[in-house]
Design a protein. Structure first.
Length: 128
C-alpha cells in the first residue's frame, strides 16, 4: 500500500493495480476515477488511493457487476455508508436472482444435451 499523499504516474498505477493504462484512462473518461492532477509537462499524477479503487473495481467485476453498477456504488459510497449499504444490498440481491435464473437455464440446457447425446450413443447390448 502506498503512503497517503504520494502521487503516482499512470504507469506506476498500472503496474501496482494490474489494470492497463488504456483501462485507467477509460475509467477516468467514464467517471469511475477522478480526473488526476497534471504535471507542468502534462503527465497524470494519481493519488495513491487510485490503486485501491482499481482493485475494488476489478473485484466487483469478478463478482459480475457491470461498470455502470460499480459507478453507482462508488458514487453512492462518497455520500456515506448508510445509503450505500442499502443500494449495494439491493444490487447484490438482484444479482443473486439473475444468477439463479441463469443456473436454471443452464441446467435445462444440460438436460436437453444429455437427452440428445443419449439418442446418438449406442447403448451396450443394443443393436442399431
Amino acid at each position: 500500500m502506498e503512503p497517503k499523499g504520494q502521487a503516482l504516474q499512470i504507469g506506476q498505477v498500472s503496474k501496482k493495480s494490474g489494470a492497463s493504462i488504456h483501462t485507467i484512462r477509460y475509467y477516468e473518461q467514464i467517471g469511475l476515477l477522478k480526473k488526476p492532477a497534471r504535471t507542468a509537462g502534462g503527465f497524470r499524477l494519481y493519488p495513491a488511493e487510485t490503486v485501491e479503487r482499481l482493485r475494488f473495481i476489478q473485484k466487483a467485476q469478478a463478482m459480475g457487476l457491470t461498470l455502470k453498477e460499480i459507478h453507482t456504488i462508488t458514487f453512492c459510497g462518497e455520500k456515506g455508508l448508510g445509503p450505500c449499504c442499502d443500494l449495494t444490498k439491493d444490487l447484490f440481491s438482484r444479482k443473486v436472482r439473475e444468477l439463479e435464473s441463469k443456473i436454471g437455464e443452464l441446467e435445462g440446457m444440460k438436460s436437453r444435451l444429455k437427452e440428445t447425446l443419449g439418442g446418438w450413443v449406442k447403448k451396450p447390448g443394443r443393436k442399431k
